[in-house]
Design a protein around this ligand. Sequence first.
Ligand code: NAD
Ligand code: GLY
Length: 361
Amino acid sequence: MQTLFVELGERRYPIFIGHTLDASSLLAPYIKAKQVMIVTNTTVAALYLEKYTLQFEQLGKSVATCILPDGEKYKDFGHLHLIFDALLQAGFNRDCTIVALGGGVIGDMAGYAAASFQRGVNFIQIPTTLLSQVDSSVGGKTGINHPLGKNMIGAFKQPEAVIADMAVLDTLPPRELSAGMAEVIKYALLCDAEFLLWLEQNMSKLMAGDADLLAQAVYRCCAHKARIVANDETEKGERALLNLGHTFGHAIESYLGYGTWLHGEAVATGMVMAAELSARQGWIDTVDVQRIQQIILAANLPIVSPAIPLEQFLNYMSHDKKVLDGQLRLILLKQLGKAVITNEFDQNALIAAIQAHQQAA
Ligand code: NAD
Ligand code: GLY
């Protein structure tokens, strides 16, 4: 097992990364509360709830559970309310701990519940998808969707600890593994060119579920995220780089309807569009764009979006949270392994980059 820390002063917390980890002993110092509420969904509950309930009971905790339906479409106010119902019905108070057991949907919802229940209670992340292990469980962004926009309601709420156990990835559907791999590739492109080479050498084994290699990849991604979050917890600057490919990806997701393409699939194609625009700006070479496409294809991810009317695509992009004073800012590549946030790009090059990676209408 390896341990990393997110260095946030008094709110410093560990990320434990390994295989078949014992939550009981690892979390003992981080759960002072007697009352533990495990928030999960129907799919993950069937696989792992009993195991984790037993581990918390071994710690002498009184464990209650809240099992939500599975899906991004339930990441809403109504289902957040079910977590509060469960907490109140179980008679939990301010010194309880909420445990998020699941992927990014559960982590974001349970975290937001922890940020707001009785003005804030402790919480623990046990991420069970690759995406949540390398990204959403670390850094404290929590929240729910609003009918008018994804992740529009939320709070920064750091966990007390994160446990990323490779054993749970055994049951992850291949399409979800690929979606998580998009976020892994993202770290390589934005800040770690050596990691890109490593991914190129190891992608087939990673996609076959090699647990040692997956643990190495999760560690490297979490190390980058921990550093970036420690520097810029509330996204005043550097943290926005973690959104490489996301503005393009959100346009694809919004047009298709959330859930048609997985988030990671949309981010993958979005990263190709961002790379294409970077090349058209003269910052990277076309061979770099081809290299990015190859690694994305090797992770069984798409490099071309369905045909989307340009006006609609640009309109969805303009709703991005990074828009400042009405100006669209994008994360682009100055070189492989070096991303920047910038509004200095040519509008015609942007349009050409989008159109170059769309199916013909
Ligand atoms: P998800 O939580 O919907 O999980 C994907 C699917 O895998 C679900 O059907 C889930 O039930 C299933 N699953 C989870 N673990 C499993 C396991 N071990 N075995 C079998 N099935 C399993 O999706 P996700 O990709 O983990 O997360 C996406 C969400 O994360 C989005 O809502 C996105 O907005 C959010 N997100 C948040 C941040 C952040 O910083 N907070 C960052 C990135 C994404
Ligand atoms: N996933 C982007 C962030 O945590 O900032």
